[in-house]
Design a protein around this ligand. Structure first.
Ligand code: AVJ
Length: 322
C-alpha cells in the first residue's frame, strides 16, 4: 500500500551524536565506541553476511523459534500494529507479518532503525510484498524517542529481536526497558529476543569467524570515522579481538592497535594516541539467562508471560506485558 519514513530526530542528530560519542569514547580510558556506529550501508551489509556465517548461530536460532511460534505469538498479541526496533533487513519479521496477516488483525508495520538504507530497502520490499499493509518507517536510534512511536493502532506488538538488547550496558538497558515500559499501554506486548549464556568457545567463535567477516565489520567503524569526521585511521593497523567476560556474561569486541600510532580526527580537532597493543572496545554483546530476563523486565513493571527457546537452547524469545 504505502511506505513513508519519519525522521524522529533532528536532521543533524546523527552527526552531533557521532561527534559526541567519538570525543567522549576516544578520550576515555580504556577507549570505547558505541556499537551503533557500525551500521552505515557497508556495515549493515556486513552484518547481513555475518548472519549467514556457520559460526554465527543467533539469527538461525531465533528464526527457528519464530518459525515454530509465530502463530502462537500472533494469537496472543492480536496486534493491529507491529513495531520493530532495530529492524535492519526485516528478514525474520516476515514470519510475524505472515502470522498476523493470516489472523487478520494486522494493519500497520512500523520498522525503526538507525540505517536509512536498510529502512528504505526493507520498507519498499515489504510494501510491495504485503498489499494492504501500511508501512511507516521511523529513522531513529531505538534508545531515543520511543514516545514518538504511533500511539494509535492498539493493540501493538513491539518486537526487539536479534539480541540487540545485549549491546546496551546494564544501566542503559534498564533505562531503555523503563522507557519501553512507559510507551506500552495495557493490551500491548513486547517480543524480546536475547542470546543465552553458553560454552564460551561457541560464543567467541560467533564473534571471531574463520572467514574474517566479523573482523571487517568491527573495523568498518574506523571507515565510518574516516568518512564522517575526516579521520585517518588505517584499519590494517588494528586487529579484531573477541573475548568472553565470564563475570559480566558478555562478549566484548575490541580493536587492538598493532603498533604505537597517533590518529587525527580533524572534525574534532583531536589527535588520538594508541600505544602498541592498546585496545578500543567497540561492542559488548551480553548473553542472558531466563531468570535475569524475568527480573530485569519485572524491575521496570513488565511481566514475562511466555518464554521460548530453540531446540538446542541457544537463544531465548520472551513475550512480556505491562
Ligand atoms: C545485531 C547486535 C545482535 O551483538 O550479536 C554481530 C551484532 N556484532 N557480530 C550481536 C554483531 C558482531 C549483533 N546484534
Amino acid at each position: 500500500m504505502t511506505f513513508d519514513m519519519t525522521r524522529l530526530l533532528p536532521a543533524d542528530h546523527f552527526s552531533h551524536a557521532l561527534r559526541h560519542d567519538v570525543q567522549r569514547g576516544l578520550t576515555a580510558s580504556p577507549k570505547r565506541l558505541p556499537p551503533k556506529w557500525f551500521y552505515d550501508a557497508r556495515g549493515s551489509e556486513l552484518f547481513e553476511q555475518i548472519t549467514r556465517l556457520p559460526e554465527y548461530y543467533p539469527t538461525r536460532a531465533e528464526r527457528e523459534i519464530l518459525v515454530a511460534r509465530s502463530r502462537e505469538i500472533a494469537g496472543l498479541s492480536r496486534a493491529r500494529t507491529l513495531v520493530e526496533l532495530g529492524s535492519g533487513s526485516s528478514e525474520k519479521t516476515r514470519l510475524l507479518l505472515d502470522a498476523l496477516r493470516e489472523l487478520g488483525t494486522l494493519e500497520t508495520y512500523v520498522p525503526v532503525d538507525v540505517s536509512e538504507s536498510a529502512l528504505e530497502a526493507a520498507g519498499r520490499a515489504l510494501t510491495a510484498e504485503y498489499p494492504g499493509l501500511a508501512v511507516h518507517g521511523v529513522l531513529s536510534d531505538f534508545t531515543h524517542g520511543l514516545g514518538g512511536l504511533p500511539a494509535d493502532g492498539r493493540p501493538r506488538l513491539v518486537a526487539f529481536l536479534g539480541g540487540t538488547l545485549g549491546n546496551l550496558l546494564p544501566a542503559e538497558r534498564r533505562e531503555f526497558l523503563a522507557g519501553l515500559r512507559n510507551a506500552l499501554a495495557p493490551g500491548d506486548a513486547l517480543l524480546l529476543g536475547t542470546d543465552l549464556v553458553k560454552d564460551p568457545e561457541v560464543l567467541v567463535a560467533a564473534y571471531d569467524d574463520a572467514a574474517g567477516v566479523t573482523a571487517e565489520f568491527d573495523k568498518n567503524v574506523l571507515n565510518v570515522l574516516n568518512r564522517e569526521l575526516g579521520a585517518d585511521f588505517d584499519p590494517a593497523m588494528f586487529d579484531h579481538v573477541a573475548l568472553w567476560d565470564a563475570e559480566q556474561e558478555w562478549i566484548e569486541m575490541r580493536l587492538r592497535s598493532r603498533r604505537a600510532q597517533t590518529v587525527k580526527i580533524p572534525a574534532l580537532d583531536l589527535p588520538v594516541h594508541f600505544d602498541a597493543g592498546e585496545e578500543l572496545r567497540t561492542e559488548i554483546s551480553a548473553k542472558f539467562r531466563r531468570s535475569r530476563i524475568a527480573s530485569e523486565l519485572e524491575a521496570v513493571g513488565l511481566r514475562l508471560t511466555e518464554w521460548w527457546t530453540d531446540e538446542a537452547g541457544r537463544f531465548g524469545l520472551s513475550l512480556a506485558r505491562p
